[in-house]
Write a protein that binds this ligand. Sequence first.
Ligand SMILES: Nc1ncnc2c1ncn2[C@@H]1O[C@H](COP(=O)(O)OP(=O)(O)OP(=O)(O)O)[C@@H](O)[C@H]1O
Ligand code: NI
Length: 335
Amino acid sequence: MPHNHNALRRPVLEIEDLSVGYETPNSLVHAVSDVNLTVHEQEILGLVGESGSGKSTLAFAVMRLLKGDAVVTKGRVRVAGQDVYALTPAELRSFRWKKMSMVFQSAMNALNPVMTVETQIVDTLLAHQPDWSRERALARARELLELVRIDAKHLKSYPHELSGGMRQRVVIAIAIALQPDLVIMDEPTTALDVVVQRSILDEIREIQQREKFAILFISHDFSLVAELASRVAIMYAGRIVEVTDSETLADGYRHHPYTEGLIRAIPHLTAEQVVIEGIPGNPPNLMELPSGCAFHPRCPYATEECRQARPPQYPSEHGLIECHLFKPQREAQHV
Ligand SMILES: Nc1ncnc2c1ncn2[C@@H]1O[C@H](COP(=O)(O)OP(=O)(O)OP(=O)(O)O)[C@@H](O)[C@H]1O
Ligand code: NI
């Protein structure tokens, strides 16, 4: 696909200049800082970053599901053109199913253990489509199970009678039950073994193409995201440091030094052995962020400028990059 394939597509998720902090006894610690991100209709956008980089906080902020100690300090979130934070609580309840939904990290434990699959799907449908008959809801429940490749006989099953993979498929079926425009998936397969993980990802791709929703797919598994998503956003210490088309992640393109490190960290199979090159060092403590570019202590190219000034977001050929190295040449000459 050409890299401007989103030009004609409607944005489904628009995050503008969003910052989210957690209240701690001494200060407000920012887990998400100045994030700008757009997901277009029918697109899978991958969001990657190490543990603690702020991925889940960003997802919860979009869903307006942040816990009490988290505060949105600035910015705006629009889903299907609607400002999520302008909705009344009653509007938000139906908006969460009809326009956006979320599959949580280890969501397979989110099912009600004392209710059958049928009851859980049908109740969700009827709660949001009160004019539907029970028969219609049941028919949709069957269709949804088929979509996630579960035999309709399992409508009568209780969660404990299903494997982890099947439970996760049911959760995905419920998330797409009301045909939302946007589905956020936060590490949806992390708890599963590799084979099950692979088949669920294939199904997600297939269902997404049939049902035409957009996905914000969150994972710390860079190679998995690169394969599934058409565009990838890379998060580091609460900031989106690069957005790029996933096809650029193969060799030959210049990336943010952190992205380069993630690419190198993908195990390479050589004739003799598996080589894993990681990124030396650890992500910073959000309470004591390094000056300038937060990545500079781990960056092999860091200069004095990187230590002193936070880099702006520069447009790149395939998205944007927050790194001083990517300063356009003309501008650089004036410094
Ligand atoms: N309730 C809280 N109070 C204070 N800090 C928090 C709270 N919840 C999360 N944080 C901090 O916010 C930062 C971002 O956390 P978040 O869960 O969003 O990261 P993540 O990228 O989703 O990580 P993971 O890959 O482990 O799920 C972390 O440093 C975390 O310690
Ligand atoms: Ni998370």
